[in-house]
Design a protein around this ligand. Structure first.
Ligand SMILES: [Zn+2]
Length: 90
């Protein structure tokens, strides 16, 4: 039997701020809020984008993992879970 086993665990706390533009908030102001092409603010913006990507990837992972997630609940006897099984025998 071939099976995958994934354990997802992400926990990072980051406090980032531009010294020149301490009020810049990439979440609120976006890319257009970056003043004078400041590289640090761009890094903050990229960090925010990476965080959004990570969030969406996390949600996507959870959404796709739901059918395979083992939930500890009492099992019924011999209940077939597959709705569409291929009948072609190789
Ligand atoms: Zn800046």
């Amino acid at each position: 039997m071939f099976q995958f086993s994934y354990k997802l665990k992400v926990s990072e706390r980051v406090k980032a701020k531009c010294d020149r533009h301490p009020r810049y908030n990439p979440e609120r102001e976006g890319r257009s809020g970056i003043k004078g092409g400041c590289s640090t603010c761009f890094s903050l913006y990229d960090l925010h984008q990476a965080r959004l990507s990570l969030d969406s990837a996390h949600h996507e992972f959870l959404r796709k993992a739901i059918p395979w997630t083992q939930v500890s609940k009492p099992r019924k006897k011999a209940e077939g879970s597959a709705s569409s099984q291929s009948s072609s025998a190789l």
